[in-house]
Design a protein around this ligand. Structure first.
Ligand code: NAD
Length: 362
């Protein structure tokens, strides 16, 4: 198969971790006889630097065009403190927000998996978190982050600010179908999270999800309020399979689930639903460790596994990467963020090389 990808390394540790994800993809392509075709383009601060002058742009037209011409996009991270004083539209992060919109990705997938050998890294007791394997499916293009009206009016101390949580049946139905389809490939347990005891938008959400469930009789659907879900995520994380929720609740719950299973450097994500999927680690550009060769590349590498699974339906190849990560962690290899006192930390490159090697040996 031709794997036609655009790679957007971005800023800070982004280039370091994407280089290792690409190394692992090359190993997979070699082993399973796929042809990897890569186009690399700037985004974020790197793009602002490349277009410096009259029209600095964190998402140049060539970058959008390359992404739309490929089958999937692998992104590192954006963000550079040297642009902190720029107006919002000329900050690195603006490039990523525009890219997500341009790709029309309305479904954000955030797995939270506790690797057995890393259960100690959780802030929770290891026996509570061991076995956790959650997939959060978050609606990404609607809800309170986009709803109109939104404004602030009046003068201090009498200002009033308004945001609007708005959903259409169409928006709920399309994300619900993504979640039901994914639940079918897992434990067939779907939990839809809302605040239907208070919010109209949640009552609509619940009724649409319930209606769609008739098309998925093999999937067990349950509903839960977001406050109670947050409590259970921290108290009994192993009881969840797939969680479906709206934009803001998903934003908060996915960070909570990520913290429950341990290091930020391990977390992967996919944004799908549009013509081209976007895959990126959850962490940012980590300027404090950029250029030192010590960043954890596993979030980027696991994002590459999601890319193979969701954009190319290459399940065996995705599992090969995930199993290689697990095997390398079980062998005791750790980057600095995960190493315990007395353990020798691997560099970003060493970790990537070990995982690429483990893929070829499987
Ligand atoms: P961050 O995720 O970059 O870093 C938070 C902390 O975690 C830092 O101490 C960092 O060293 C550590 N860390 C993060 N990733 C790591 C990895 N792979 N290996 C080892 N340690 C890792 O978040 P921040 O410091 O709040 O933000 C830094 C910049 O990144 C900002 O400009 C922010 O806007 C941007 N950001 C971008 C994204 C994105 O591109 N999706 C996401 C979050 C933040």
């Amino acid at each position: 198969m031709l794997l036609n990808l655009t790679v957007l390394p971005g800023d800070g540790i982004g280039p370091e971790v994407t280089a290792e994800a690409v190394r692992v993809l090359q190993a997979v392509a070699g082993k399973y006889s796929h042809q990897l075709q890569l186009t690399t383009q700037p985004i974020g601060g790197a793009a602002l630097d490349a277009t410096a002058g009259d029209h600095p742009d964190a998402l140049p037209q060539e970058t959008i065009a390359a992404c739309l011409a490929s089958s999937a996009v692998l992104l590192g991270a954006v963000g550079d403190p040297k642009f902190d004083a720029n107006p919002p539209a000329q900050r690195p992060e603006a490039g990523l927000l525009r890219l997500r919109k341009a790709l029309g990705a309305y479904a954000n997938l955030r797995p939270a998996i506790c690797f057995p050998s890393l259960a100690y890294a959780s802030p929770l007791r290891a026996e509570l978190v061991a076995g956790t394997d959650i997939l959060i499916v978050r609606e990404l293009l609607s809800g309170i982050y986009f709803g109109q009206p939104r404004h602030t009016e009046g003068q201090s101390p009498h200002r009033i600010a308004v945001d609007t949580m708005r959903y259409t049946e169409f928006e709920v139905e399309r994300i619900a179908r993504v979640a039901f389809d994914l639940a079918r490939l897992r434990q067939k347990k779907l939990l839809s999270v809302d605040k239907a005891n208070v919010l109209d938008s949640s009552r609509l959400w619940r009724s649409v999800v319930t209606r769609i469930s008739a098309d998925y009789p093999d999937v067990t659907l349950a509903h839960q309020y977001v406050d109670s879900c947050a409590m259970l995520l921290a108290a009994k994380p192993t009881q969840f399979d797939v969680i479906l929720t709206e934009n803001m609740f998903g934003d908060i719950l996915s960070d909570l689930a990520g913290a429950v299973v341990g290091s930020l450097g391990l977390l992967a994500s996919a944004s799908i639903g549009g013509p081209v999927g976007l895959y990126e680690p959850v962490h940012g550009s980590a300027p404090d460790i950029a250029g030192k060769g010590i960043a954890n590349p596993l979030g980027a590498i696991l994002s590459a596994a999601m890319l193979l699974r969701h954009s190319f339906r290459l399940e065996a190849e995705a599992v090969a990467i995930e199993s290689a990560v697990q095997q390398v962690l079980e062998s005791g290899a750790r980057t600095g963020d995960l190493a315990q006192p007395g353990e020798i930390a691997r560099t970003t490159q060493q970790m990537g090389q070990q995982i690429a090697h483990a893929v070829t040996q499987r």
